[in-house]
Design a protein around this ligand. Structure first.
Ligand code: FA5
Length: 319
């Protein structure tokens, strides 16, 4: 009986079958219980011996049942924990980290370069009046750059600035010379193709002092180009025209085998100095306006300027 019970108990693997075994052996009509009942019918002298054996069997089965019960409970607990187990040695789920937009990086890089040369960063409003944006910059009413076809006007006297040059005017009206500033900012024009955006970024530069010459301008731009594009970068000034500079230049940078136009520049026109109350006999200066998207395009080989504003993650992740 005991051997049979042992076998059954050890092959049971859940509480229900264990319970059945308990009933089968120890229940009211269980096999062990039935043996106990036989005790009464035995002759007096055999009773103690038989009683002792049957008791031992009963206790043994009880003990085995309890041990098995413990074991099953433990296993069930383990199974439960196994289900919710976390493997702390697995590599974590990767999250995409954000980063600065390529234009912001280029802007900060240029700011650092000019700051190290002694320039100060100044900003101005994106909504301008025609006086700051044009008149004070020696750009008269009849000038084609003022055409409503090219600019975004709110009314006759108010528009989205078409360049960062009005900040030259605002700065000179506020400060006495000498001064050296740069002004990054968004500007707006009715332009749209693979090299022109209706909203793009310029960085204005203005240096006013005594005896400033084109050589100062060229050196400053060469230094900028070397630091942005590398030691082998060269700068070329081509004659051009802006109403607010005389002489005026378009400036190309030699980079990876090509001359690429990235900015306009020149010597501040005496009329501009007069408009802000500086004496052109005493003061001289240079100014420039960089296209930041153009610089980024040259440096990183970007073909289509519209990529800057498409916000395609595949583009953004490249830089
Ligand atoms: C100007 O805006 C002058 N204010 C620059 C200047 C400042 C000259 C101070 C002299 C003294 P321009 O229109 O050429 O100049 O623009 C300057 C630069 O902005 C260009 O060289 C080009 O790099 C960039 N740019 C012009 N139009 C766009 C456009 N639609 N989209 C992107 N970049 C442009």
């Amino acid at each position: 009986l005991l051997i049979e019970a042992k076998d059954e108990i050890s092959s049971a693997n859940d509480m229900a079958s264990l319970n059945n075994i308990r009933i089968k052996y120890l229940g009211k009509k269980g096999l062990v219980t039935l043996e106990m009942k036989k005790l009464k019918k035995l002759p007096q002298e055999e009773k103690p011996k038989f009683g002792a054996v049957i008791n031992k069997v009963r206790n043994e089965i009880e003990k085995l049942l309890n041990e098995k019960m413990e074991e099953i409970r433990k296993n069930e607990k383990i199974k439960k924990f196994e289900k919710i187990r976390v493997d702390v040695t697995l590599p974590g789920a990767k999250r995409d980290k954000g980063h600065l937009h390529i234009l912001t990086k280029v802007q900060r890089e240029l700011e650092d370069i000019f700051i190290s040369m002694g320039f100060e960063v100044v900003e101005g409003p994106e909504v301008e009046d025609t006086w700051h944006n044009f008149d004070a910059l020696n750009t008269p009413e009849w000038h084609p750059a003022r055409d409503a076809q090219d600019s975004f006007y709110f009314d006759e006297k108010t528009l989205l600035r078409t360049h960062t040059s009005p900040i030259q005017i605002r700065t000179m009206l506020e400060k006495k010379p000498p001064l050296a500033i740069i002004s990054p900012g968004r500007v707006f024009r009715r332009d749209y193709d693979s090299t022109h955006l209706p909203m793009f970024t310029q960085m204005e530069g203005l240096y006013v002092d005594k005896n400033v010459t084109v050589r100062h301008l060229k050196y400053t731009l060469e230094e900028m180009a070397r630091r942005v594009f590398g030691e082998s970068a060269k700068v070329r000034l081509k004659p051009s025209f802006f109403p607010f500079t005389e002489p005026s230049y378009e400036v190309d940078v030699w980079f990876q085998g090509n001359w690429l136009e990235i900015l306009g520049a020149g010597m501040v026109d005496p009329n501009v100095f007069r408009n802000v109350g500086y004496d052109p006999e005493t003061w001289s200066g240079f100014a420039f306006g960089l296209g930041l998207e153009r610089i980024a395009m040259v440096k990183y080989g970007i073909k289509d300027i519209r990529d800057f504003i498409r916000n395609d993650v595949r583009f953004l992740e490249n830089y």
